[in-house]
Design a protein around this ligand. Structure first.
Ligand SMILES: Nc1nc2c(ncn2[C@@H]2O[C@H](COP(=O)(O)OP(=O)(O)OP(=O)(O)O)[C@@H](O)[C@H]2O)c(=O)[nH]1
Length: 430
């Protein structure tokens, strides 16, 4: 997992799971709402712009088109010499076009309106205007007098005016077309930006949503696995309880529980293998050690020696100094013997006042020398302190006949018995 994701996850895990779920929901709802609002407002704005462009085109082009149409009609009338109809309001239309151009030049320039094209249209209008004014002046009296005028002149002037007006209309139409094209480009740009914003927001929302879900699912999955391992008896399992959320708390409870289990287990195991008073391996454990040492010796064709160590006249110590003093004497003896043995030798409490030492890879004569050392150490202390007992030791080894645990123990026991009968405080080979 990349470090950045790990960092984001640990940051998120400072927030509770409930709050994270709320954030995940908001992660989807808020951007969607914002995007929908923005999209609707952009589309509404675009619709208004479209109306504005159409209005502008109509306002700009309609007076010109009307005037041009009227002139066309007048020309047709002049050609057919049927001028009985009322004269159109050329003067009003001319003024309206004047007003249009003065508004265009006085108003703040539209950013998307081509100023050159407007200027060209205005210039064309300035050129066309005198002809049209002439027509206005001439058409009115002709119309009012009811005379049959010389239509040749009027026709000529009308044709010129229509051409001039056409020029004006063309320039204005180009300006309007340009404006419409730019408005359409702007709309397209806005739509592209909108789509981009949708995509980016959806990706960001999806990533954040996934991260939040991941920050819940991953620790939950780790917890599940840890509980599964714990259930199968693996007490070494540890889960990360550093996070401040609910899952972090569950992980910490689980860790505490696992540690307590481990302590109870070791207490139970110790109770099963260790003697509570002397802390030495108990009878079962020392016999298992002997079996294991014999198996190794058989495989490697080595030797194993054992010492059966019995406390001398222990009953007297109990009777004389009390049971508690007898316990202390057993603990002292266990520590003393353990201290005099080598690190590879194993000492266990075999029975009430009996100890068994297993000496792997130790031949008989060497075992006897070590036994002498133990016997002397205990005797020396017991001479100075009557509450400290001496010991008698029977030694047996695999090299001297006995090959299995039972035979070895019997041989050592026999030797011990002999030592007791011979006066105690001595080592007897089995
Ligand atoms: N204080 C104490 N005494 C124990 C414990 N286990 C056994 N004993 C005593 O150890 C004594 C063993 O006595 P015996 O088997 O008669 O032998 P002994 O008095 O040592 O005499 P010998 O072995 O013949 O030298 C008994 O009185 C037991 O009550 C123990 O854990 N604590």
């Amino acid at each position: 997992m990349p470090n950045s994701v790990r960092w984001l996850e640990s940051t998120l895990r400072r927030i509770s799971v409930g709050k994270r779920m709320a954030i995940a929901a908001l992660t989807l709802v808020v951007p969607m709402t914002a995007l929908i609002t923005v999209s609707v407002s952009v589309l509404q704005h675009q619709e208004r712009e479209l109306h504005h462009t159409i209005d502008e085109a109509v306002n700009l082009l309609v007076p010109l088109a009307t005037l041009e149409y009227d002139l066309q009609r007048a020309l047709t009338d002049a050609l057919s010499a049927e001028t009985g109809e009322p004269v159109p309001d050329y003067g009003g239309l001319t003024l309206s076009i004047d007003r249009l151009f003065s508004e265009l030049s006085s108003a703040a320039p539209e950013p998307d309106m081509d100023a050159d094209m407007i200027a060209q249209a205005q210039q064309a209008w300035r050129l066309a205007r005198p002809t049209i004014e002439g027509i206005v002046e001439q058409a009115r009296p002709l119309q009012l007098s009811g005379e049959r005028p010389s239509y040749g002149v009027v026709r000529q002037q009308l044709t010129t005016a229509i051409q001039d007006l056409e020029q004006v209309r063309m320039h204005l139409a180009s300006a309007v077309k340009r404006q419409a094209a730019e408005a359409s480009q702007t709309q397209q740009r806005q739509l592209h930006l909108l789509i981009l914003a949708w995509v980016a927001t959806l990706i960001a929302a999806f990533l954040l949503f996934s991260l939040i879900v991941y920050s819940i699912v991953r620790p939950a999955r780790d917890l599940g696995r840890a509980i599964e391992r714990l259930g199968s008896g693996d007490l070494s399992v540890r889960v990360d309880g550093g996070a401040r959320d609910e899952l972090g708390a569950v992980a910490r409870y689980l860790d505490t529980m696992t540690q307590r289990f481990a302590i109870w287990k070791s207490v139970l195991e110790d109770a099963a293998h260790q003697d509570a008073l002397t802390r030495l391996p108990n009878r079962r454990a020392i016999l298992a050690t002997l079996e294991a040492a014999l198996t190794v010796a058989q495989e490697q064709q080595g030797v194993v020696s054992v010492m059966m160590i019995d406390v001398d006249r222990f009953k007297q110590i109990n009777d004389r100094f009390g049971h508690a003093a007898g316990d202390r004497a057993l603990v002292w003896l266990a520590d003393t013997l353990r201290g005099l043995l080598r690190s590879e030798d194993i000492l266990g409490r075999y029975a009430g006042d009996e100890f068994l030492a297993v000496l792997p890879g130790t031949p008989h004569d060497e075992a006897l020398r070590i036994a002498e050392r133990l016997c002397r150490g205990a005797s020396h202390a017991s001479r100075d302190d009557p509450a400290k007992p001496s010991v008698t030791i029977g030694v047996a080894s695999t090299g001297s006949g006995a090959q299995n645990a039972e035979a070895l123990l019997e041989a050592a026991d026999r030797a011990l018995f002999q030592g007791k009968r011979a006066g105690r405080g001595q080592v007897v080979p089995g």
